[in-house]
Design a protein around this ligand. Structure first.
Ligand code: ZN
Length: 605
């Protein structure tokens, strides 16, 4: 027997062999079983999805001699006749080459007579949209009152070109592109039957290239089989079909998103070396970005027709970027595709445009900016209460504190590399301290200056000088003060609420060896943390993270236990409150400035 291309060899002969189109197949089967077959049926859809195949199966089923539910049996004389193309009652007409009124007249002449060997005459017109208007008009009358012994099956890729008068007289079936998964299974099975061992990634590539068309996929598969190797690898497919490896495309996509110029240019070089058609390459690249964007849109995963592992790949990549960023870069790419069409120097156009895309900075969605602000605000209020406490303790033990602070001021210049305190967003060094209210406040003292960074910085320097020794002795241990933000992140990965509660702590210190002191201004903020099991969990987290046993202790100070509580009205207090106002602090942070003179009252002052 002579060589048959796969597409013909593997053409389905019965309904259950059809790949994809399950709902349509079911409906057609039911219409046969219940003997309610429309006299004119129109199959539409893109090329190679099985329109003509379904029309032929229907032709068989209509004339099959088996039980209605078993049709077509592919075994009775009628089925065999049709399968071998020997049937005199099946007319297959190609609309593209038989499009005139004369051909339709001849056809009408033929169907006037009763069928010869079968029960019905079946006319299949492929590419029916190619018929001329006159031909359609000639057909119209027959479709309006079709003879009882005639069935029409039409197939078209361009349903919009068919006159509405014809459409309204047909039962219409719109065939879908065959999902990647079904193609994958089908092609895999065929390859096995043909004795080929095909690498899953190579098969995925063929499925992708098929674009939902069985026929396209089968001819690619045929090409691969002719290649000669019994084991088909991805590289073979890439070479034989002239494709850009998906891995290179993915690398380029990431480079464009990450802003990696060199990587993007290297990928481009690879693609050019390969001699890839530029238009095709742009299509693939756009498709990459489109898929990434779809991954970001909730509930759109089913729109992405990819094998599972590739889908997971895309989802993994898309997680690293905001949908705004992907969208922006996709729009830029689309404008390149436009430019490329008119470019005499496609490579140069691509390179300059890629630079433009890389320069386009990542877009941060407004919602996430607002979220960040929400996170900053509690920290600011924390800082504020920290300062309040510092002022309180200062009032109770002014001498001791003053002493320690003074020594710290002396120490400060010796360790400029000391990291800024985590709670203080402003990196103002202590030496730049503006003696803001020194001029105005009568009860001035060096440690009551309004700059919040300074206060926090001082207290932290005390602990850090002590800690640095311990760090040298136990290099694996972490420092409570310095690594506190990382610890919160660590907890956040495990227990989000706990991290949030820890963030509400006004301070976290290791004052005594082996004890972690958490100070909360408000007992409510740590009530959950203090519950036995949570307390235990927190202790374990601390042990895991800091690599040293720490007893977690909570300090919840009384609110109104200091004389300052009543003295809020003093001019100094008022200024201090102002300086500590979250809005003021935020403004200082945004403008990267410091709080200088503070004046209250009418402008004249
Ligand atoms: Zn049959």
């Amino acid at each position: 027997m002579s060589y048959l291309v796969l597409a013909r060899k593997s053409r389905p002969q019965k309904f259950d062999q059809v790949v994809g189109q399950r709902p349509i197949v079911k409906t057609l089967q039911n219409s046969i079983a219940r003997n309610r077959i429309a006299h004119a049926i129109l199959f539409s859809g893109v090329r190679g999805v099985g329109k003509t195949t379904l029309a032929r199966i229907m032709a068989k089923a209509i004339n099959c001699q088996a039980e209605r539910t078993e049709r077509p049996c592919d075994n009775c004389p009628s089925c065999k006749e049709i399968a071998t193309g020997a049937s005199l009652d099946l007319y297959e007409i190609d609309g593209a080459s038989n499009r005139g009124i004369q051909e339709i007249r001849e056809l009408k002449e033929k169907i006037r007579f009763l069928p010869t060997s079968s029960e019905f005459k079946v006319i299949i017109i492929d590419e029916v949209h190619m018929l001329t208007t006159e031909a359609f008009n000639a057909l119209l009358k027959t479709l309006e009152e079709p003879p009882a012994h005639v069935y029409f099956m039409f197939a078209t890729t361009e349903i919009h070109k068919i006159p509405i008068t014809i459409l309204s007289r047909c039962q219409q079936y719109e065939l879908k592109r065959v999902p990647a998964k079904e193609l994958y299974d089908h092609f895999g099975r065929l390859a096995g039957e043909e004795g080929f061992d095909i690498d899953p990634a190579a098969l995925s590539l063929i499925v992708r290239e098929a674009g939902g068309s069985i026929r396209d996929g089968l001819s690619l598969l045929d090409q691969m089989f002719s290649f000669g190797e019994k084991n088909i690898e991805t590289s073979d497919v890439v070479e034989v079909l002239g494709l850009v490896n998906r891995a290179v495309l993915m690398r380029l996509t990431k480079a464009l998103l990450e802003g990696e110029r060199s990587d993007a240019f290297l990928c481009l070089e690879e693609i050019f070396d390969f001699g890839m058609d530029i238009k095709r390459f742009m299509e693939d690249l756009l498709d990459q970005f489109r898929t990434l964007l779809l991954c970001k849109i909730e509930g759109c995963a089913q729109l992405i027709d990819l094998p599972q592992e590739e889908l997971l790949d895309f989802q993994g990549v898309s997680e690293n970027y905001s949908s705004e960023t992907i969208h922006l870069k996709l729009s830029l790419l689309m404008s390149i595709a436009e430019d490329l069409r008119f470019s005499a120097q496609p490579r140069l156009t691509l390179e300059t445009s890629f630079l433009k895309i890389i320069e386009a900075t990542n877009v941060v969605p407004l919602s996430s900016l607002l979220g960040q602000l929400d996170q900053i605000l509690p920290q600011l209020t924390e800082t504020q209460s920290l300062q309040k406490q510092a002022v309180k303790s200062e009032a109770t033990e002014p001498l001791k504190k003053k002493k320690s602070l003074e020594t710290n001021h002396l120490k400060a210049p010796e360790k400029p590399g000391d990291s800024p305190p985590p709670t203080s967003p402003s990196p103002a060094p202590p030496t730049d301290k503006p003696a803001a209210d020194a001029n105005e406040a009568p009860q001035k003292s060096p440690q009551s200056a309004p700059s919040q960074s300074e206060e926090a910085g001082d207290t932290q320097e005390i602990t850090s000088s002590k800690k640095s020794h311990e760090l040298e002795i136990h290099p694996n241990e972490k420092d409570v003060r310095k690594d506190w933000p990382q610890f919160i992140e660590y907890v956040k990965d495990r227990k989000v609420w706990m991290a949030q509660d820890l963030q509400r702590a006004d301070s976290a210190k290791q004052e005594v060896e082996g004890e972690l002191h958490l100070t909360f201004a408000d007992a409510v903020n740590c009530s959950l943390l203090r519950q036995k099991e949570n307390h235990q969990l927190l202790t374990e987290f601390a042990l895991d993270f800091f690599q040293k046993p720490l007893k977690v202790k909570f300090t919840v100070p009384e609110i109104d236990d200091t004389p300052d509580a009543n003295g809020d009205d003093s001019p100094h207090k008022k200024r201090q409150q102002l300086a500590n106002d979250p809005l003021v602090i935020m403004a200082a942070e945004i403008f990267n400035g410091q709080i200088g003179d503070i004046r209250i009252g009418p402008r004249s002052r």
